[in-house]
Every structure is written in C-alpha cells, then in structure tokens.
Design a protein around this ligand. Structure first.
Ligand code: HEM
Length: 451
C-alpha cells in the first residue's frame, strides 16, 4: 500500500506556525484537525509535529504500540520542574514508581480521605463567603480554585502544612512553571543550566520546592504528620530512597494542583452560563447531607456536567509522544524522532464523533447516545498504561468541591470582564475568571423569603 500523504498547516518560512501557536494554540490545532483530516502536520519553527485525531489512531499510539512511542522532549522540559517522577520517567523506573503510587488511589484509600477533603473545602469556601455575610462577593474564581486545589493537595498529600510554607510553595511553583512554559514554547532553548537570569531564578524556585517537599517527608518520618498520601506511598512497595520519594511527591503535587483547579474553573464557568443545569446540579446535591464515595460516582446530573466540561475544556488539552523508530499508522508514515501530538481538546470536539460538538450539552452523557462511541473519543485523562493515576481522585474531588460551594451560594460571571483563554500546559483563563458569589441567604432575601 502506498503511504498516505500528511498535509501540513500553512505557516511562515522558518517560523512555521509558532507565532499562531503562541497567540492561540487551541485554534491552530483545532483548525488543523478540522481542515486537514485526522492526521495533519504543524511546523513549530524547524520541528514538524504530527497531530493525530481519531480514536483508532490515538489508541494505537497510547495503548497498542507503546513500544514504538516514547516520552517526547516536552516531558524533559517538564522534568526540570517535576523531577524524575512518574509523569516523565520510562521503562523500569516508571513501572516501579507507578506500582508504588497506584495503591494510594484505590477506593479504600480515597474513601478515607473524604472527611479531610470536605473539611478543607468547607474552610476555604467559608473564607470566600463568610457565614452571615449576605452581600455579593466579587472574586476571581480561578485564583480561588488554585488556592483551594493547592490547600486540598497539600493536606491530602502531605498532611498539615504550615500556611507560610504553603504560600512559599505556590510562589515557587507559579514562577517555576512560567519558565518551563517559555521553554516549551521556545524554538531553540539554551541548556537549562546555562546561567541566564531566568534560569538562575528558576533553579532558586526549584530549590524552594525541593526543600519544602524534603522538609515534609522528614516531618512525616519523625511521626508528626497525620496519615496522608505520602504515608501511603512510603508504605507501598518500591524504591524508598529520599530522592525517589521527593520526585514522586513533587510530581503528584504539581500534576494534581493545576489540573483540578482549571477543571473546576471551567465547570463553574459553564454552570454560570447555563442556569438550568446549575439549578439541576444544586437540586441533585441538596439530596445529600454529605457525599460518600459511592454517592459521588452515582450523581447523574453532576457527573454529566463535569464530563461535558472536561470534554469542551480538558485541562490537559494536548500531550505528546516521540516515534522511537519509523512506523506507519493506518498508512500514514511517521519517521523516527517525529513528535506526535494527541489533543483531547480536538478529539473531544470532533464532528464525526460528537453531535453539535462545540455546544455545551450535558444531556449527551445521560441520554441514550452510544457509550462506546463517546468513550473512545473522550480522553481528558489520557488512556493506556500511562492513563492519569489520579483520575478517580480528581473525579471524586470535583463533585466534593461543587457540593461545598453550592451549599453556600451561587457563582455568576462578571459580564464586564471578558473571559480570555490561554492554552499552556493547561487551559487557563487569562487575567482570571471574575464573578460574584451570591449567598443562599441573599438569594432567599431577593425572593422575599425570610431565613
Ligand atoms: C481534572 C484533573 C486531571 C486531568 C484532566 C489530568 C489529566 C492527565 C492526563 C491527560 C495524563 C496523561 C498524560 C500522558 O499520557 O502523557 C495524566 C497523567 C498523570 N496524572 Fe493526571 N490529570 C488530572 C488530575 C490528576 C491528579 C489529581 C493527580 C495526582 C494526585 C494526577 C497525576 C498524574 C500523574 C502522576 C500522571 C502520569 C501517569 C503516568 O505517566 O503513569 N493527575 N493526567
């Protein structure tokens, strides 16, 4: 069979599509997928990247032919921040790390974390909407979700963490991430240990993260921490040297923090724009005093809304692999060394797999459309052996956060503050997501009902 040609997005000489990528990566990739077919190419400066956008091709890369596709250079950049943890390692090292952490994410362990998570959520929501204060509260929902996610992550991963240490870690992480994103978007990067001012600043931030995590591990080992994920990892089989444990924890901490915050931000964004769904979620959640593990996974409306939000705005909107040798996917030739991109954002808006693909319609998850079709074109958590290890934890957290917030009040977007989107490692609202919380007491006052 003759090789099928792969069409390339038209770009500028030398630069290719890199400027478009920096300006609006989502539209660059979505247009490529929609205009050029299920396998297309994009030039990022001198580098040719192949975008693969059909469930069958994606399954080949992530699941069936993992021997032919390895971690791409992007993961080496991420490793600067995360260390050699489960997201970036390969082969025997990855296997051992995955086996060590996986047990911490099973039902029994997750169930044991629920009371702690609930307590933390109530505390943070209480700070946004203090009890008894019925005025409108103008807040940046995205900043609040980052803060909430960070505090839950630190509590469930590490146990109690001092508020000052928490602030130091957030700053180091946000500043460190900026440097890594710049490198991911760069055409040519200097070696990271080259002493440029930005690299020196980065390594300072990385040292803060390392020192904070090591400090927490040592506190745990001295027995001064309550049970948490760190304990579960330390008790699991696998390499127990301090460097490995630190890398495992740093990876879990960073992968969890931003994905959960952005995921939750877009859920609230969609809810605020679809009041009937918002109301339906509130009514469903009101049926429970508190949510247990099984309750969470049987919430029909809430989970439909969360799935639909993850479909349209998957926090990890794309990830990549590198072909280890020359391979052919369904007749398309992929040369050794080519970076192959899988984009949940594009696949989950594919018009052949989703009716009315750009419309927010949670009913598609509850009504009788074909499950197998949906599942194969839906991969916000990836698929295959490298599927997100924290998937169930995340799918437990999102309803718990919704429950905690819906109990206190309702979020509405500030129409004077346009929502601008930027896709880096995650899809973030640039300049935040401004809106108002209206407490239940106030809503009742407005309706003339005394509390
Ligand atoms: C809504 C939230 C989340 C989303 C959308 C998400 C998405 C993803 C995706 C797409 C991958 C696969 C990347 C690839 O194949 O290259 C992944 C991997 C991973 N995720 Fe998540 N994630 C989320 C939450 C979490 C949480 C809460 C944790 C930890 C507590 C976590 C830890 C990890 C780790 C360690 C990996 C690497 C797994 C491996 O390579 O074996 N994620 N995640």
């Amino acid at each position: 069979m003759s090789a099928k040609p792969i069409q390339t997005v038209k770009g500028w000489p030398v630069l290719g599509s890199i400027m478009h990528y920096k300006r609006d990566a989502l539209s660059l990739f979505l247009n490529a997928a929609r205009d050029l077919g299920d396998v297309s190419a994009i030039m990022m400066g001198p580098t040719r990247v192949v975008l693969v956008n059909s469930p069958q091709h994606v399954a080949e890369i992530l699941q069936d032919r993992t021997d032919a596709f390895g971690r791409s250079p992007s993961y080496r950049e991420l490793e600067l921040l995360l260390g050699a943890g489960m997201l970036t390692t390969e082969g025997a090292q990855w296997k051992a790390q995955r086996a060590q952490a996986q047990p911490a994410f099973q039902k029994k362990q997750l169930t044991s974390m629920i009371p702690t998570i609930r307590e933390k959520i109530d505390q943070v929501v209480g700070e946004w909407m203090p009890a008894g204060q019925t005025g409108l509260r103008r807040r940046d929902l995205f900043a609040d979700m980052l803060d909430m996610s960070m505090r839950i992550t630190l509590r469930t991963l590490f146990g109690q963490v001092h508020e000052l240490a928490h602030r130091k870690m957030i700053t180091a992480l946000e500043d460190g991430s900026r440097y890594v994103i710049q490198r991911l978007e760069g055409i040519v990067n200097l070696p990271p240990h080259w002493p440029t001012p930005s690299a020196k600043e980065f390594w300072k931030n990385r040292a803060v993260l390392d020192a904070s995590v090591l400090d927490i591990i040592r506190q745990y080992q001295r027995g001064t921490q309550p049970p948490n994920l760190l304990g579960m990892v330390l008790e699991g089989d696998g390499p127990q040297d301090e460097e490995n444990i630190k890398n495992q924890l740093l990876t879990l901490f960073i992968t969890s923090y931003e994905t959960v915050a952005t995921g939750m931000t877009w859920v609230f964004h969609f809810l605020s724009q679809h009041p009937r769904w918002y109301q339906a979620v509130v009514e469903e959640l009101e049926r429970y005093d508190e949510l247990g593990y099984d309750d969470i996974f049987s919430l029909t409306t809430t989970n439909a809304v969360i799935h639909e939000s993850l479909r349209l705005m998957p926090p990890i909107w794309s990830f990549s692999r590198t072909a280890k040798r020359d391979v052919t996917i369904d007749g398309y030739p992929i040369a050794a060394g080519t970076m192959v991109v899988v984009s949940p954002y594009c696949l989950q808006r594919h018009p052949s797999h989703w009716d009315d693909p750009d419309t927010f319609n949670p009913a598609r998850w509850t009504a009788g459309s074909s499950t197998s079709k949906r599942v194969s074109a839906f991969l916000p958590f990836g698929t295959g052996p490298r599927i997100c290890v924290g998937m169930n934890y995340a799918m437990m957290l999102l309803p718990l956060i919704l429950k905690g917030a819906c109990r206190r009040g309702t979020f509405s977007l500030d129409s004077a503050h346009p929502v601008r989107i930027k896709a880096g490692v995650t899809i973030r609202p640039v300049g935040g997501l401004m809106g108002h919380w209206t407490s239940h007491e106030r809503l009742l006052e407005q309706k003339g009902i005394a509390t």
